[in-house]
Design a binder for this molecule. Structure first.
Ligand code: NAP
Length: 641
């Protein structure tokens, strides 16, 4: 036993071998450990990972035992610096020599051996500029908190306005049974704040909220947050070159705060969308949305009608099924299911030990997950214009993915006549976000007290629902799993830019932003999780938030270096960018004409998704390019001077 109460061999027995090998290289500084025989083969989310021969695994474990024990017994000295060349060799070893070179610096950052994304405002000019600035952040969810940390690191003052009485955003608001993250938690954490002690691979909502609460305490952010602050309006004052934000405080009084810049971090998925079904208002029993869960409603023995089979219903239906008397699931389109056998599993103490104790093991494990899940499936969801198959696929690779996933679904559905013709989507894989599945969904649908109703709903009556086929099914409780008004970006408050132009008026129902972040006529305003920054198969929104926040702060830096007070994206840059985004989205599974989803706005444009590889977003947001913007000198006396 080591001083840390874990038998090293027991921990190593559960090690992820490619990550262990990489960590061993750090521990020894010995790159010759990377032999061709040990080279792993990276699979994607939907294909099996190749397992190394047992004798190779045993040798890696033996060596790891020897070196790790010696390192612990030697008092945990600093491990050798592998250098950037060494790091690149390791990355190429893992993912292949032929990988596009543009990935390498991105991956070096993503591995998180150092916090490359930390803003550097240490020069005297920037320090002075930072000291004179104040930013108003709207929203204390994942993006808003991240922005606060980065501003703090840059030395820029900020105030966060949060409509809820607590931080957390989506993880505060969604309390429905079964709510959990669907990206592996080693990825769904800030790159600079890994958490080796995530209790589950895909942790539940309360664990996620606790993570963000710990972050708030660690960075002492709470004192900067005004809770119960409902923002009503943000207005750019051209004469003062400042943003004025009006909000209603916890006592209902109107308050005003101003800042040099506005960071809008209000999320995409928080305004519930209720279906447009006649009679909706007249339902007599409890009726609520998944994001406004009524914990006071006892579902025991009740007839529950659930509308929708998206990510939320997928998680709560298996949880409510055992207590409910009957669950009618009203489905328009079935979801694609992504085989994830360990979806509900705990991270074992042995795995946690390795993640926490072995230097760089967690970094490489995160990297591995990233590479497997992020861009691994990208090629398969991109349309092949020459593909001659049917509308259920968009290319040969996409059709192959369909075959694999269909098999997974059929394996769970068996030949259950109840589900015949109901659980295989007719739209291409990648048309909508696939749901992490360990079999729990179909298992729930197969229960005797569950019915999947695919006939469209015609009407809601006080005591039940009537379908197009004229069938009435009684219901005591109605639960909307119908998602959010996602394409109505920033519609929870009014934003006025130059000349008093209102943001929604500028957008005309078609939200756009350059790199999802900046909009012409709205100087010094930055949006996080903005238009076209959502992901279907290739990435984690935390990664996108880190890129967007870094970009926003770099824009402020560019202005500061130019001794300017204001930075604003050029209209032609914005137009050209959005044209490219639209063209690329049209070539993706989610942009295919046969797919309808919340990724498309009322005008049919994909307003939510990023259509390129993740690395392209990282590259584009790495630094603000002077030619993309115009800067305006300060008209009021220089407060930085
Ligand atoms: P969603 O994905 O938009 O799903 C809404 C569901 O309601 C769909 O099945 C939709 O059918 C159905 N629907 C809408 N109007 C309907 C109507 N009039 N009649 C019948 N069905 C109707 O919403 P969500 O499940 O809340 O998820 C939204 C997003 O939140 C997810 O994509 C994900 O990004 C995020 N989320 C993540 C997690 C997680 O695991 N981390 C969990 C929950 C949510 P159609 O498919 O036919 O439109």
């Amino acid at each position: 036993m080591t001083s840390l109460d874990m038998d090293v061999d027991a921990a190593l027995a559960e090690a992820h071998i490619p990550s262990l090998l990489m960590a061993l290289v750090h521990l020894t500084g010995d790159l010759s450990l990377l032999t061709p025989e040990r080279r792993p083969e990276v699979a994607t989310t939907i294909s099996e990972e190749k397992v190394l021969p047992a004798e190779e695994q045993a040798e890696i474990r033996r060596l790891a035992h020897e070196k790790l024990t010696a390192w612990i017994d030697g008092g945990r000295p600093p491990v050798p610096d592998i250098g950037m060349d060494g790091l690149e060799r390791m990355i190429r070893y893992l993912i292949g020599d032929d990988v596009d070179g543009s990935y390498i610096p991105f991956l070096e950052e993503e591995i998180g051996v150092r916090d490359f994304r930390k803003p550097d405002w240490s020069s005297p000019t920037l320090r002075a500029a930072a000291g004179a600035m104040h930013v108003v952040i709207i929203g204390a969810g994942m993006s808003g908190l991240l922005a606060a940390i980065r501003l703090q690191q840059a030395g820029i003052a900020f105030t966060i306005l949060e409509k809820n009485p607590e931080i957390g955003g989506t993880w505060y608001e969604n309390t429905y049974p079964g709510c959990r993250v669907d990206s592996d938690n080693q990825l769904y954490s800030y790159s600079f704040e890994p958490n080796p002690l995530w209790p589950q691979h895909f942790s539940t909502r309360d664990k996620l909220l606790a993570y963000f609460q710990r972050i708030v305490e660690k960075y002492d952010l709470r004192r900067h947050i005004r809770f119960d602050a409902m923002v009503e309006e943000a207005r750019y004052d051209e004469a003062a070159q400042r943003w004025t934000v009006r909000y209603c405080d916890d006592r209902g009084s109107l308050q005003v705060i101003s800042g040099d810049a506005l960071f809008s971090a209000v999320g995409q998925l928080n305004t519930p969308r209720y279906p447009d079904i006649p009679g909706l208002e007249c339902f007599a029993g409890p009726a609520f949305h998944s994001a406004r869960w009524r914990h006071d409603v006892d579902l025991k023995g009740k007839k529950v009608a659930v509308i929708g089979t998206g990510a939320s219903a997928f998680q709560f239906v298996p949880e409510i099924q055992p207590q409910a008397g009957r669950v009618d699931v009203y489905q328009r389109n079935p979801p694609w299911l992504m085989p994830t056998p360990h979806y509900h599993e705990d991270v074992s103490p042995a795995q946690q030990w390795l993640l926490a104790q072995m230097p760089f093991y967690a970094n490489w494990y995160r990297f591995w997950l990233y590479w497997r899940t992020v861009d691994g499936m990208y090629a398969g969801v991109k349309a092949d214009p020459d593909y001659e198959g049917g509308p259920e696929a968009i290319g040969a690779l996409n059709a192959q993915m369909r075959a694999v996933l269909e098999q997974w679904i059929r394996q769970h559905a068996g030949d259950d006549p109840k589900l015949e013709g109901k659980v295989i989507p007719d739209y291409p894989v990648g048309g909508k976000r696939g749901l992490r599945d360990n079999g729990a969904w179909i298992r729930a649908l197969r229960q005797d007290n569950v019915n999947v109703i695919t006939d469209r709903i015609r009407e809601i009556r006080p005591n039940g629902l009537v379908t197009e086929g004229g069938h009435f099914r009684p219901a005591d409780v109605l639960i909307y799993g119908t998602g959010f008004r996602a394409s109505e970006f920033l519609s929870s408050y009014r934003i006025y830019g130059r000349g008093g132009i209102e943001l929604q008026q500028k957008w005309q129902g078609n939200a756009r932003a350059y790199l999802g972040t900046v909009v012409p006529d709205f100087p010094n305003m930055f949006i996080f999780y903005g238009p076209n920054t959502n992901l279907v198969v290739n990435g984690s929104i935390i990664l996108f938030a880190e890129c967007s926040v870094g970009y926003a702060i770099d824009c402020l830096k560019l202005a500061a270096l130019e001794k300017a007070a204001v930075i604003e994206v050029r209209q032609d840059v914005y137009d050209d960018y959005n044209r490219r985004v639209d063209e690329a989205n049209a070539m993706m599974a989610w942009g295919a004409p046969q797919v309808s989803s919340w990724y498309k706005n009322d005008q049919g444009r994909v307003s939510q998704n990023w259509p390129f590889p993740t690395v392209d977003f990282w590259e584009a947001t790495r630094a603000a390019k002077p030619e993309d913007f115009f800067c305006e000198p300060r008209v009021t006396p220089d407060r930085a001077a």
